[in-house]
Design a protein around this ligand. Structure first.
Ligand code: SF4
Length: 179
């Protein structure tokens, strides 16, 4: 889009945006029209990689656009020819890129101490959760706990999870997809 062929309404909108940005950033230099070349190819040098959505075991195909110079996943599209999804994604898979880019992504265990989240080690997390589970079982029995499996589980992981619940002593086990 060049500056000359935008409509009056669009121009007024852009002017308003420009004024807002001037207030926010203190200079109109922060806003400019994208060049024709940038519109055609916003991420020069990026490459498309085929990958698979890891949210559930359906394994729908994803096209991931990657900037190799910064090793960054930039955009995602569905793989139209993937046999599982045949050109579509569910609402979770369509935003798979956020699993790697989101600032909300949980990367390590956190524990709430006096109302504030504190980082703890994996060893501490496993130890504390395990001890708490044993405490609950001693007080209220094995059926006081429910095991809820993940849609990410492979067959083998589902098998181990089922075994874990059985050894724990309960049949309270289900799968997140049923919910
Ligand atoms: S979460 Fe959705 S997009 Fe991802 S594999 Fe499962 S069905 Fe496909």
């Amino acid at each position: 889009m060049s500056q000359s062929n935008i409509g009056r309404r669009s121009f007024l909108k852009l002017a308003a945006l420009g004024a807002g940005a001037t207030t926010a950033f203190g200079s109109n230099d922060t806003l400019r029209f994208a060049t024709e070349a940038e519109l055609k190819d916003p991420f020069p040098g990026s490459v498309m990689k085929r990958t698979i959505c890891s949210i559930c075991s359906a394994g729908c195909g994803i096209l991931a656009e990657v900037d190799e110079s910064s090793n960054t996943w930039i955009r995602q599209d569905w793989a139209a020819d993937a046999p599982m999804n045949q050109g579509s994604h569910c609402c979770k898979g369509i935003d798979q890129i956020d699993l790697t880019k989101s600032k909300m992504r949980l990367k390590y265990p956190l524990k709430k101490v006096n109302g504030k989240w504190e980082r703890i080690s994996w060893e501490t997390a496993v130890e504390e959760i395990g001890n708490k589970m044993l405490e609950v079982r001693a007080e209220d029995g094995p059926d006081s706990v429910e095991f809820l499996g993940s849609a990410k589980f492979s067959n083998q992981q589902a098998y181990y999870f089922r075994k874990f619940a059985a050894f724990w002593g309960t049949n309270n086990i289900d799968h997140v997809a049923r919910i």
